[in-house]
Ligand binder design. Structure first.
Ligand code: HEM
Length: 543
C-alpha cells in the first residue's frame, strides 16, 4: 500500500487532475464561509500522508517523506491557482465585461484599491470614468452605475438576494436583520421590526429625540464663540439617541462630552471592514481567529448584558427593543445581540455623518445657510426651540438634507446583491447567475445624467428646481426595495430637529484652523463613513 502511495503522490498528472477537479468543485458553490474547513482538511491530509509514508517505512527518512508530500501539494495548489487564473480570464461568464486586469483574477484587487486611504468609493468612481457603467471589479463581481439596474437589482420584485458580504460573523453572533440572507426569514423578521418604525412608534420616540436635541443645543451654547469639533458632537448625539430609542439606555456621551469606550472599540473594529471589504472568504477566515474575534465577542458580552438589563424593565414609552424582545422567552436569542449592534451602527454613524456634511456645505455656502435660516425663522415664529412636529413639513429643510445625502451618501459604495442562478436582464444586457453586484451610490448620485450640475450643492433641486433631478431612481442613499433602510423617517426626524434648532439659534462658520482637508480627504469608507473631523465656530444669533 505504502509504495503505491509514493507512486500516486509522485504522479504529477494525477495530482494535477485532482487539482483541476478541486477547482471544478469549488467553482460550483459559495465556499467563502467554508475556506477554514478546507484549510484544516488540507493540513490534516498533509499530516496524515506524512505519517502514512513514515510509519509504513516506504521512504528512507522523515525528510524524504516531507519532500514527497510537499512536492505533491505544490503541484496540486499550483494547478488549482493556474486553472483559476486561466478560467477567470478566458472562460468565466463575466469575461466580456471590461475592468482592470487584476480585478478579473482576484478580489484582492479591491484590497489594493482601499489600502492606505480607505476610500473605496472614490477609487471605484475613477474606474467608472475609465471603463463605463458596467465594470468587472472582481472575479464574479460587477459594479453597475446605470439606474435602469435599480428596479431589477433592488426593486420590490427583484430576484436578487444579499450576497456573501453579509455572511461575515454569522458563525459568532447569528444574523441581524441587516445581514439576514434568507429572503423569507428576512421578510418575517422585517415584519416585526416594522412595528417599531411605524408612525405611532415614531411619535413615541419624539420626546427622546427632543431630550437629546435640547442637551446638544445646551452644549453648543456653552461653547458659543469658540472652536468646536462639530463632527464629534453630532456623533455623541446620534449614539445617545440610538441607545435611548433602541433600548432605553443613553450612552451619556453628550453629557460627558466624550466618546464612550464601547463605541470607541466599535468604531475601531470597523476599519478592517473598510480595508478587506467584500473579500468574503478572507473576512470570514479572519473572523475565525481568536484575536480578531475578541472585539466582536467583547461587544457581544456588552450587548447581552444590556439586553438582560433591558428585559427586566418596561419603559414608560416603548423603545425599539419593546418590539424585538419576546417577554415569554426565557433566553434572549443570540441574533438579538447582532440586532443591538445593528441599531447602534446603522442608526448613528449614518445620521452623524450626514449632519456633519450638511454643516460643511452650509459653512462653504453662506448664501444657502442664510436662506435656510430665513425658512426656519418663518416656521418658528416666536419660538427659540423647535420640536420634531414644528419642522416635519418644511420641504426646504428636507431639500437641504436630501442634497447633503446626495452629495455625501452615508453608505457611499452601496450594498451588495447577488443575481439568482438563472441570471437577470437589465435592458438588453444579460447578467449571468450568481454574479455579485454593487451599485456605487456615490458615483451614481454625482452623475450628470441623473442630477445635472452634479457637484453643485443645490438644495433647490428638491423643491423649486425639479429639472435638476432627472431620474429619482438614482437617489439611492437609503437604498430601495425590501431591504431598504427601515430608519429613514427616524433619521429625518433627528436631522430636522438638530439642523432646525442650530439654524434658529446660531450663526455658523468654519473655524479659523479648519482647512477642510480631514473631512474631504480623510473620511473613510468603512461601509458607513468614518468621518474626518470638522471644526466650526458657532455664535449665538443676534449677539
Ligand atoms: C442618514 C441616515 C441613514 C442612512 C443614509 C441609512 C442608509 C441605509 C442603507 C443604504 C441601508 C441598506 C443596507 C443594505 O442593504 O445593506 C440601510 C438599512 C438599514 N438601516 Fe439605515 N440609514 C440611515 C439611518 C438609519 C437609522 C436612524 C436607523 C435606525 C435604527 C437605521 C436602521 C437600518 C436598518 C435596521 C437597516 C437594515 C434593513 C433591512 O435589512 O431590512 N438606519 N440603511
Amino acid at each position: 500500500m505504502a509504495p503505491a502511495l509514493v507512486t500516486l503522490l509522485e504522479s504529477k498528472p494525477l495530482i494535477a487532475a485532482l487539482g483541476l477537479a478541486t477547482h471544478a468543485a469549488l467553482a460550483q458553490g459559495e465556499p467563502d464561509a467554508s475556506i477554514w474547513i478546507l484549510i484544516l482538511l488540507g493540513q490534516s491530509v498533509y499530516a496524515a500522508l506524512n505519517f502514512a509514508l513514515i510509519s509504513a517505512g516506504s521512504v528512507n527518512t522523515v525528510f524524504d517523506a516531507f519532500v514527497v508530500t510537499t512536492t505533491a501539494f505544490t503541484v496540486y495548489f499550483a494547478t488549482i491557482f493556474t486553472s483559476i487564473v486561466i478560467y477567470r480570464f478566458f472562460f468565466h461568464r463575466l469575461r466580456h465585461y471590461p475592468g482592470p486586469l487584476l480585478a478579473k483574477v482576484t478580489k484582492f484587487y479591491s484590497f489594493y484599491l482601499t489600502w492606505g486611504k480607505v476610500r473605496y468609493f472614490a477609487e471605484v468612481e475613477k474606474l467608472h470614468k475609465q471603463y463605463g457603467d458596467y465594470i468587472r471589479l472582481g472575479p464574479r463581481e460587477l459594479s453597475i452605475a446605470d439606474v435602469d439596474a435599480v428596479p431589477v437589482v433592488h426593486g420590490a420584485l427583484s430576484k436578487c438576494t444579499k450576497g456573501p458580504w453579509y455572511q461575515g460573523g454569522h458563525h459568532i453572533e447569528g444574523s441581524s436583520l441587516h445581514t439576514c440572507r434568507d429572503k423569507k426569514e428576512h421578510r418575517d423578521r422585517r415584519r416585526i421590526w416594522d412595528r417599531g418604525f411605524n408612525a405611532k412608534a415614531l411619535r413615541d420616540y419624539e420626546p427622546r429625540v427632543m431630550r437629546h436635541t435640547t442637551l446638544l443645543m445646551d452644549q453648543l451654547k456653552e461653547r458659543a464663540g469658540k472652536t468646536l469639533r462639530f463632527s464629534d458632537w453630532v456623533n455623541f448625539y446620534s449614539f445617545d439617541v440610538m441607545g435611548d430609542i433602541g433600548f432605553s439606555r443613553s450612552f451619556g456621551m453628550l453629557e460627558k462630552g466624550k466618546e464612550d469606550q464601547v463605541i470607541k472599540d466599535l468604531h475601531g473594529s470597523m476599519e478592517p471592514l473598510g480595508i478587506f471589504r467584500d473579500i468574503a472568504w478572507f473576512t470570514n477566515l479572519l473572523l475565525r481567529l481568536p484575536v480578531i474575534q475578541k472585539t466582536l465577542k467583547d461587544f457581544m458580552k456588552w450587548t447581552s448584558h444590556v439586553l438582560k438589563d433591558r428585559k427586566k424593565v418596561t419603559p414608560d414609552k416603548p423603545d425599539i427593543f419593546s418590539w424585538l424582545l419576546d417577554p415569554t422567552e426565557e433566553e434572549i436569542p443570540l441574533h438579538l445581540n447582532a440586532d443591538t449592534r445593528l441599531v447602534i451602527v446603522a442608526g448613528s454613524d449614518t445620521t452623524a455623518s450626514t449632519l456633519t456634511w450638511l454643516m460643511y456645505e452650509l459653512c462653504k455656502h453662506p448664501d444657502q445657510l442664510h436662506k435656510l435660516q430665513a425658512e426656519i425663522d418663518r416656521v418658528a415664529g416666536e419660538k427659540t426651540f423647535l420640536t420634531c412636529e414644528d419642522v416635519e413639513n418644511s420641504p426646504l429643510l428636507d431639500g437641504y438634507i436630501s442634497e447633503a445625502l446626495r452629495l455625501h451618501p452615508a453608505v457611499p459604495s452601496g450594498v451588495q446583491r447577488e443575481t439568482p442562478p438563472e441570471g437577470i436582464h437589465i435592458k438588453d444586457k444579460f447578467i449571468p447567475g450568481n454574479t455579485i453586484i454593487w451599485m456605487p451610490v456615490h458615483t451614481i448620485q454625482r452623475d450628470a445624467r441623473y442630477f445635472p450640475k452634479p457637484l453643485e450643492f443645490m438644495p433647490e433641486r428638491w423643491t423649486t428646481k425639479p429639472e435638476y433631478v432627472v431620474d429619482k431612481r438614482a437617489f439611492l442613499t437609503f437604498s430601495t426595495g425590501p431591504y431598504k433602510c427601515i430608519g429613514e423617517k427616524l433619521a429625518m426626524m433627528e436631522m430636522r430637529a438638530v439642523m432646525a434648532n442650530i439654524m434658529r439659534n446660531f450663526d455658523v462658520k468654519f473655524a479659523p484652523s479648519e482647512d477642510c482637508d480631514a473631512i474631504e480627504n480623510q473620511t473613510k469608507d468603512t461601509f458607513t463613513l468614518t468621518m474626518g473631523k470638522l471644526d466650526v465656530v458657532m455664535t449665538l444669533r443676534g449677539k
